[in-house]
Design a protein around this ligand. Structure first.
Ligand code: GDP
Length: 298
């Protein structure tokens, strides 16, 4: 993950280590290299500019203190600013005071929503919750079956369309699932919704209608990190069309560059809440900006 960026930053810092004291010209040169490294990693240009300005301002100020050696000072500042653009602090799920907490998943087809639904359910179960998975993706022929398989692997019940649950109508299924959760005392309802290959009006409308029907406590936008800046653009479209509370990045294990991860929280102004790192249900955790920054800095 983020191999090139890691290597580039490591070599920038290596060059600094030999210097006893940093001049403004040294700092400028370092900033240029960091800027190129971030742009090559496909980080949003606005985010890059903001990041470089913040690091440079602090580096110039920090030079005066001379508390640590210069390269350590720069690494510390870069680390802190990386944490800031990644969202600062981890953002946990806001559980409803009165259960069930409703979590709606939205995103494009293939983003990893169904897999993520299973991962989230498994994780919630390990945190002593009683989640219910809801198959409200009735677009893809085998989406319901796929969620049932995922639910079985996670050991979590799946509420699916059938007579009485609303056959063929995702809004009815979603609505019915809330009543079912209340009756059967499930404390978290995870609603998997349909995706399309691209953003379209019909997809947005359906997601918005499901949202209106179930009033989720958290609407999570699930996105494949490997699509880079397209992830950021799609997130913006969903936020405008449906309204999202947080982002889940999937396929971070295959994301060699890191552009989406390093841009999306800042551009969208919404936190990355979870990260998905593989096809197995256990490859999942809350997203911790500080841990991610440490990984990038190696
Ligand atoms: P959906 O269309 O949004 O429901 O997406 P799926 O959950 O069906 O996932 C699409 C594909 O991506 C499947 O082949 C998943 O196994 C795969 N996938 C999902 N999450 C991850 C992940 O974090 N890492 C990797 N490598 N593959 C993933």
């Amino acid at each position: 993950m983020f191999d090139t960026l890691q290597d580039r930053l490591a070599s920038v810092f290596k060059g600094l280590r030999s210097k006893g004291r940093l001049t403004e010209a040294d700092i400028d040169a370092t900033m240029r290299e960091i800027r190129i490294a971030l742009l090559e990693a496909d980080v949003n240009l606005g985010v890059v500019k903001e990041f470089v300005t913040a690091v440079k301002t602090r580096a110039l100020e920090a030079e005066l203190s001379k508390a640590l050696n210069p390269s350590q000072q720069v690494i510390k500042i870069v680390n802190e600013e990386l944490v800031a653009i990644l969202g600062g602090e981890a953002r946990p799920i806001r559980f409803a005071k009165k259960p069930p907490t409703v979590i709606m998943l939205a995103g494009l087809q293939g983003a990893g929503k169904t897999t993520l639904a299973g991962k989230l359910a498994r994780w919630l179960k390990s945190e002593k919750h009683t989640p219910l998975l809801v198959a409200a993706d009735l677009q893809r022929p085998n989406a319901v079956q796929q969620l049932q398989i995922v639910g079985e692997r996670a050991g979590v019940h799946v509420y699916a369309p059938e007579p009485g649950n609303g056959v063929g109508d995702p809004i009815e299924v979603a609505r019915g699932s809330i009543a079912h959760a209340e009756a059967k005392l499930y404390d978290v309802v995870i609603v998997d919704t349909a995706g399309r290959l691209g953003v379209d009006a019909e997809l947005m409308q359906q997601a918005a209608d499901i949202k209106a029907a179930v009033t989720p406590h958290e609407t999570l936008f699930v996105v494949d990190a490997m699509i880079g800046q397209d992830a950021v653009n799609t997130a913006k479209a969903f936020d405008e069309g449906v309204g999202v509370d947080g982002v889940v990045l999937t396929k971070l294990d295959g994301d060699a560059r890191g552009g989406a991860a390093l841009s999306i929280a800042r551009v969208l102004g919404k936190p990355i809440m979870f990260a998905s790192n593989g096809e197995a249900l256990a490859d999942f955790d809350m997203f911790h900006p500080d841990r991610m920054a440490s990984r990038i800095l190696g």
